[in-house]
Write a protein that binds this ligand. Structure first.
Ligand SMILES: [Zn+2]
Length: 327
C-alpha cells in the first residue's frame, strides 16, 4: 500500500504523469477494479459503483423514499463484540459502545419513535441501562443519523458530538432535509480531524472523512471479543447523494486512501457502516446469534478493511469520471 500511495503522490505531483483523461474506458476500469477488490465477500459495497444522479431528486421523492425506508420492520438488537451493541433499524443503523463509565451511542437514527423503540428499548432488551448514555456521536448532518438525538437528549442529557463543519451546515442550510426528520440538535461539542472523545478509559478517535458531507466523521476505537482486542472503524458516510460535485468526490477518494493507511498503521480489523445495506450487519448478527462460539463475522482482518476502502475509492473515481464526461 505504501508503494501505491507513493505512486499516487507521484501521479499527482509530476506534470509528466498526468492522470488519464476520463472516458467510458476509465469509468469501466475503475468499476472493474472495484469489483475485483470486492470479491465475493464485499459485494454489497458495489451498490456504490452504480451511476449516481447529477442532481438531487425532487423533495417529494426524497420524502417518499425516506418514509419507505423508515417503514421497514426493524431487526432485533444484538451484540457484535463484548462491548459493542447493535441498536439500529433496517436502514440506518446505530451502535452502542459500553465503557466503564457509561455508553456512547453512534448515530441516533431517524426520529423519536426509532430512538425510543430501538435505542432506548434496544439497550434495555440487551440488559443495558439507557440512562448511562453519556455521548451521542453523530457521523454527519443528515437526519437519518441525528433525528433520534432530540429525544435522547431530553431524556438522558448526553453530550452531542459532531464535526465543526457539519454543525455549521445544520445551523445554516441543511444539505438534506425531510419532513420525516426533526430539527437538528443544537451545537454541543464540535470536533476537528483526529480529536478524541474518552469515556471510561476508552478513547474514540474522530477522523474527518469528507465526501458524503463536508464534515463526515469516521470514529475509530478498540473493542474486545471474548477478551481479545480488535480495532473498529465506523465509516461515517457512504453514498454519493450530493449531486455533481467533483471536488467532493476528490475529498472522498482522498479519505479512503488516508483511512487505508490508518487501517494498516493501527491494525484496524473491523469496519462497520451506519447503513446495514453496506456491511451486512444484520446478517452478521444473525450468524453470531446462531453460532456464538463460531468466528465473529464482524472481524474482517485489516487487509479486508483496506480492500473495502479500495472498493469505495474506486467507485468514487468511476463516479468522478462519469461526472467529468457529462456536458
Ligand atoms: Zn447521509
Amino acid at each position: 500500500m505504501k508503494k501505491t500511495l507513493f505512486l499516487g503522490m507521484l501521479v499527482l505531483t509530476s506534470p509528466l504523469a498526468w492522470p488519464q483523461q476520463p472516458s467510458e474506458a476509465t469509468v469501466e476500469s475503475h468499476v472493474a477494479a472495484a469489483r475485483r477488490a470486492a470479491g465475493t465477500d464485499l459485494g454489497a459495497l458495489m451498490e456504490l459503483c452504480k451511476p449516481a444522479p447529477s442532481v438531487r431528486p425532487p423533495q417529494e421523492a426524497v420524502d417518499k423514499g425516506i418514509a419507505a425506508q423508515i417503514a421497514r420492520p426493524a431487526p432485533p438488537p444484538g451484540q457484535a463484540f463484548d462491548n459493542l451493541y447493535f441498536v439500529g433499524a433496517a436502514w440506518a443503523t446505530a451502535w452502542a459502545l459500553q465503557t466503564a463509565d457509561g455508553i456512547v451511542v453512534f448515530d441516533p437514527l431517524n426520529n423519536q419513535d426509532e430512538a425510543a423503540a430501538l435505542i432506548d428499548g434496544g439497550l434495555r432488551k440487551l440488559g443495558l441501562d439507557p440512562a448511562q448514555i453519556k455521548y451521542l456521536i453523530v457521523s454527519h448532518g443528515h437526519g437519518d443519523h441525528y433525528g433520534g438525538a432530540p429525544y435522547l437528549i431530553e431524556k438522558y442529557r448526553p453530550r452531542v458530538v459532531m464535526s465543526d463543519l457539519d454543525w455549521t451546515m445544520t445551523e445554516t442550510k441543511l444539505e438534506f432535509a425531510s419532513v420525516h426528520w426533526p430539527s437538528p440538535p443544537k451545537r454541543d461539542i464540535s470536533v476537528k480531524d483526529g480529536d478524541k472523545v474518552t469515556l471510561g478509559g476508552t478513547a474514540i478517535s474522530l477522523m474527518l472523512t469528507p465526501g458524503h458531507t463536508k464534515g463526515t466523521l469516521s470514529p475509530v476505537f478498540d473493542v474486545t471479543w471474548k477478551g481479545v482486542k480488535h480495532r473498529v472503524m465506523i465509516w461515517g458516510g457512504t453514498s454519493f447523494n450530493f449531486g455533481k460535485d467533483v471536488p467532493r468526490l476528490d475529498s472522498y477518494i482522498e479519505a479512503t486512501r488516508r483511512m487505508s493507511g490508518l487501517a494498516r498503521e493501527q491494525g484496524i480489523d473491523v469496519m462497520i457502516s451506519n447503513h446495514a445495506a453496506f456491511d451486512g450487519a444484520i446478517t452478521k448478527l444473525e450468524a453470531l446469534r446462531k453460532q456464538p462460539a463460531g468466528p465473529n463475522p464482524f472481524v474482517m482482518g485489516k487487509e479486508n478493511v483496506v480492500r473495502a476502502l479500495n472498493v469505495m475509492g474506486e467507485c468514487a473515481q468511476a463516479q468522478k469520471d462519469r461526472f467529468l464526461l457529462q456536458p
